[in-house]
Design a protein around this ligand. Structure first.
Ligand code: ATP
Ligand code: MG
Length: 569
């Protein structure tokens, strides 16, 4: 390909609203262009990368025995009513619309409903199982906060797969096969990643694992053990119950804390460590107006854990100050567990305190030396908090450390959640109808492209891994319009490389200065750069520069092809 015939348009300036490297660089290098919030055009050079990632995924899915299908992006509301998700899918992420007959439809954010409908029609006998269908397709989710370019778009490319089984053992086998296929896919894409235990979120189901590409720009936080292979999304990571302290027996005492609104204020006023205080958060209850969640002052509430509790409304809703006052009779800064009239759940670490400070349920007062059994009585104890660095690892080995990751894939054991709702059964060996057990497996194809850039870039631009690079070599003639020799030599090398099957982009722009061409080559991230100039030609050589190391080698023209073949293969 020649740049003069290709649409390359790079930007010198970093677009103002692009916060992370992948978003900035993919825009600057002209791989994508924004249409509207969360909607992007893929330019020719960007689409080449997307297609290479897609090809790797397709190869590995096929090798794992999955069967490719293509389902419609537009889905009828009826199926979503059957599954019960029409009203409640992910807080309004479902884009709904009506057709000319006023029938309800949505733009598919995921395809459990459609595939289960397909399976209940196509799969009749246990002999057809197990089967794993996949597709690579556009999804739409009306994300609350589309941002970071391809990372959290509204329209994006996903590979989604759904497997059907007679029993749990068969599901487990396919789940493991998908785990291995995902590991191979991400490795081939050049990603450093970690599979972590995950929450199953709105899709529901039991076992689930996320594949996290490690990157500081990641929106997820991973808790892992310093001494074992335990790793979990912090959304899910268990905070181990500490040893319960003996209660102090010291007499409880009411103290005035007139200006103390926060835990920090209270600790400072009373001269106590925040870890010896408890805070009481008030949230909407599942079937009561308010529920109190009690945590140690230095700990943070984990919303995912809290909303799993049967007494707590999901999604989690913190009550506004007025609602809190109405429910408890006291303002937010002075609530405490002693004599509280609303239902209460206490975090394990708060429950382990033998003596603590808390709000006195009286405006401007706190109580010190509170003891649970003496002052509060029977309490409901749960794991409600976010783990922190240094916590013991839940598997009993080592301590928790935290790192950031980008969720590029997610595998779930769904069980019979959808097959039961939609009545997807097969006849087993004895002719009895059995509800199929399901798994589902998603990969963010376009998000992978962003994750690769997060892990493979430097100050000058992108550094594509060979497996996904849009071109393998960029060929830069220097001042070819002034030197016929340069033009002819570059053209000859261009033809040789192409004949040998090397994907080469020749920057044949006449009016661009060499410096600008070099800068573009670095920005585009093509692994090898061949520079053809008058000076080298005098000694029969060209300069070959490696994008990542920056190493420059003078290579005799006759050896250019073999040199490139050896560094590229
Ligand atoms: P997230 O927690 O990041 O919103 P999710 O749990 O909603 O992801 P899944 O429903 O498991 O995601 O979708 C499968 C894969 O699709 C994800 O692992 C991710 O790689 C990708 N994906 C999800 N939402 C987006 C998005 N808004 N933009 C790009 N890719 C996405
Ligand atoms: Mg999501």
């Amino acid at each position: 390909m020649k740049v003069s015939r290709y649409s390359i348009s790079t930007l010198r300036e970093t677009p103002a609203d692009a916060e992370i490297a992948s978003h900035q660089l993919l825009l600057r290098a002209g791989f994508i262009r924004q249409v509207a919030s969360g909607l992007y055009n893929w330019m020719p050079i960007g689409l080449k990368v997307l297609q290479k990632v897609t090809a790797i995924i397709r190869e590995e899915m096929n090798a794992a025995g999955a069967l490719e299908v293509l389902m419609p992006v537009v889905q009828p509301a009826e199926l979503w009513h059957e599954s019960g998700r029409w009203a409640k899918y992910d807080e309004g992420q479902l884009l709904k619309f009506k057709d000319r007959h006023e029938r309800d439809f949505c733009f598919g954010p995921t395809h459990e409903e459609v595939i289960t409908d397909l399976a209940r029609q196509e799969l009749r006998s246990h002999r057809q199982l197990p089967v794993n269908y996949y597709q690579i397709q556009t999804k739409f989710r009306d994300e609350t906060r589309p941002r970071f370019g391809l990372m959290r778009a509204r329209e994006f490319m996903m590979k989604d797969a759904y497997s059907f089984h007679l029993d749990a053992a068969s599901l487990q086998q396919t789940y493991e096969d998908m785990h291995d296929a995902y590991s191979r896919i991400l490795t081939r894409c050049g990603l450093t990643f970690r599979p972590v235990q995950a929450d199953s979120g709105s899709i529901g189901g039991s076992a689930s694992m996320e594949f996290m590409a490690l990157a500081d720009a990641g929106e997820d936080v991973i808790a892992f053990s310093t001494d074992s292979d335990f790793a979990a999304n912090v959304e899910l990571a268990e905070a181990v119950a500490p040893e319960r302290e003996a209660e102090s027996g010291a007499p409880a005492e009411r103290v005035a804390t007139p200006d103390a609104r926060t835990i920090d204020d209270v600790s400072e006023t009373l001269g106590v460590d925040p870890a010896r205080t408890v805070k009481t958060l008030v949230v909407a209850g599942a079937d009561s107006p308010a529920v109190a969640l009690v945590l140690r002052g230095d700990h943070q509430l984990n919303a995912v854990k809290a909303e799993k509790h049967p007494a707590v409304a999901a999604p989690l809703l913190m009550l506004e100050p007025d609602a809190v006052r109405k429910a408890t009779g006291v303002g937010i800064g002075s609530i405490g567990p002693v004599g509280l009239s609303i239902p209460m759940v206490v975090d394990r670490a708060a429950a382990a305190l033998g003596d603590f400070v808390c709000g006195a349920n009286d405006e401007g007062f706190h109580t010190i030396h509170v003891n649970w059994s003496r002052d509060v009585g029977e309490i409901k104890v749960e794991d409600l908090r976010e783990v922190v660095e240094g916590d013991p690892s839940p598997d009993g080995q080592g301590r928790i450390a935290l790192t950031r990751g980008i969720e590029v894939g997610h595998i779930f054991q769904l069980g019979t959640l959808y097959s039961e709702a939609l009545g997807a059964t097969v006849l087993d060996g004895s002719g009895k109808a059995v509800t199929m057990t399901m798994g589902c497996y998603g990969i963010g194809v376009s998000r992978i492209v962003a994750a690769i850039v997060e892990q493979h870039h430097d100050d000058n631009g992108i550094c594509w891994p060979l497996s996904v690079t849009p071109f393998e070599v960029t060929l830069i003639p220097i001042n070819a319009h002034k030197s016929e020799d340069v033009g002819a030599a570059a053209e000859a090398i261009y033809q040789d490389l192409r004949d040998a099957g090397i994907d080469v982009l020749m920057d044949d722009r006449d009016r661009e200065r060499p410096g600008a061409k070099f800068a573009d080559a670095e920005l585009l991230g093509i692994p090898q750069r061949v520079i053809v100039g008058d000076r080298g030609l005098k000694s029969g050589t060209v300069e070959v520069v490696d994008r990542v190391s920056g190493t420059s080698t003078d290579v005799p023209i006759a050896d250019v092809l073999t040199h490139l073949q050896s560094v590229l293969r």
